[in-house]
Ligand binder design. Structure first.
Ligand code: S3P
Length: 443
């Protein structure tokens, strides 16, 4: 059953709110905790559908995974190479990260696993991981186009590879590095553009040897040494900067707002949106910067601001790949034109986000142009009309972006289905309304 929501224009947002844990780090904490010897306790884990699916899969692969009454998660791992054949199909739901990283993890385990997911995930490209994992020795049986459902025939004789990723993708990089754990020798991924490095940071924290070097011809070479002794660790998951982006932009757009977002991850490979908003004239302060279990975090203080349009270079895309929907909304309220380049990957996310944003913004009365890999938003500095119903295509970030749009538009904005928000941001509606939002069920 679809869950439509309507978002009405509101007055100054205020308060301090904790947004849920980082999705990328949460997946990785469960996977590495399941591979480590001994106990790992994870605090701040994102309890969204995507991550809960990974938790269930790690259990199906033989690890002990339990949620404790204080909200922390306790894992007891099987050791690298100690996973067990799952008795049933691994259903990754909506999660590309869960699916691609786990495919890597099981590629070098000597058993066969079957993967499926929801309609969105079953349409997404998987060759980008099955191709390099095949070079390491794993076999794949998939639907046309390499898509899910598919079977991974893990190899008991994995070979280490050096692989240059053809697309900037932390998921592809991570899948190969995770397969490299149960592989002799050194497995190397070369990436021409740096992508989020949570896998590398967390692997090191659990005791693996990971080298990052300048690659010949540009970019970086990331090497993991096979058969590490991973040891159980505490992991503290910071608040997700990609989720924090929604209340942050809402506060920038709604006049008179001032909000605080504590303990947000500010890994430099994730903060492209914040850099862009600052260039547009946003008033965002990063207070109390500190390190938390190997990841940098800060408390964000965001005040309503007048924004101006800018050019967002293609090189910045990897550090803000999930943030273009909400940036496009911010751009619709800015004065002047914002041009976003290098967005080809947005077409193969949970939905074709480039098309969804272009259509949705146009429906809200905003002048937009879309090419194969760019989005141009012509802001006028005036409040857009809103007054539209948006097709979200079961995409959490499209739904949240347009609910933020409604909070600052002249007329309400409705999203046809907000169900997908639970994949990454459970409690979104209540959190936004707690700040002063007016987001309600339709009907
Ligand atoms: C992620 C990597 C990105 C991002 C996704 C999470 C990760 O995908 O869009 O939400 O946790 O590694 P790509 O690797 O496809 O760029």
């Amino acid at each position: 059953m679809a869950k439509p929501l309507i978002s009405r224009s509101t007055t100054a947002l205020t308060g301090s709110v904790r947004v849920p844990g980082d999705k990328s780090i949460s997946h990785r904490a469960l996977m590495l905790g399941a591979l480590a010897v001994g106990e790992s306790v994870v605090t701040g884990l994102l309890e969204g559908d995507d991550v809960l699916r990974t938790a269930a899969c790690m259990r199906a692969l033989g690890a002990e995974v339990e949620r404790r009454s204080d909200g922390s998660w306790r894992l007891f791992g099987r050791g690298v190479g100690g996973l067990m054949e799952p008795a049933d199909i691994l259903d990754m739901g909506n999660s590309g990260t869960g699916a691609r990283l786990l495919m890597g993890l099981v590629a070098s385990q000597a058993f066969t696993s079957f993967f499926t997911g929801d309609a969105s995930l079953r349409s997404r490209p998987m060759r980008r991981v099955s191709e390099p994992l095949g070079r390491m020795g794993a076999g794949f049986v998939s639907r046309d186009g390499g898509r899910l459902p598919l079977a991974v025939v893990g190899t008991d004789r994995p070979v280490p590879i050096t692989y240059e990723t053809p697309v900037a993708s932390a998921q592809v990089k991570s899948a190969i590095l995770l397969a490299g754990l149960n592989t002799p020798g050194e497995t190397t991924v070369i990436e021409r553009e740096a992508t989020r490095d949570h896998t590398e940071l967390m692997l090191r924290n659990f005791g693996a040897t990971v080298r990052v070097e300048a690659a010949e011809g540009g970019g970086r070479a990331i090497t993991v040494v096979g058969y590490p002794e991973l040891t159980g660790r505490p992991v503290m998951v910071p608040a997700d900067p990609s989720s924090a982006a929604f209340p942050a932009v809402a506060a920038l757009l709604v006049e008179g707002s001032e909000i605080r977002l504590p303990n947000v991850g500010i890994n430099p490979l994730r903060t492209g949106l914040y850099q862009t908003l600052l260039e547009m004239g946003a008033d965002i302060a990063f207070e109390n910067k500190r390190d938390q279990a190997g990841e940098p975090v800060a408390d964000l203080l965001v005040r309503a601001s007048r924004l101006k349009g800018i050019d967002v270079p293609a090189e910045r895309a990897p550090s803000m790949i999930d943030e273009y929907p909400i940036l496009a909304v911010a751009a619709a309220f800015a004065e002047g034109t914002t041009r976003m380049h290098g967005l080809g990957e947005l077409r193969v996310k949970e939905s074709d986000r480039l098309a969804a944003m272009a259509r949705g913004l146009a429906a809200c009365g905003v002048a937009v142009e879309e090419t194969q890999d760019t989005l141009t938003v012509h802001g006028t500095g005036r409040v857009p009309a809103g007054d539209a119903t948006i097709a979200t295509h079961f995409d959490h970030r499209i739904a949240m972006a347009f609910l933020v749009m409604g909070m600052a538009s002249a007329r309400p904005v409705t999203v046809d289905d907000a169900e997908a928000i639970d994949t990454s941001f459970p409690g979104f509606q209540a959190l936004m309304n707690g700040l002063g939002g007016k987001i309600e069920a339709v009907g």
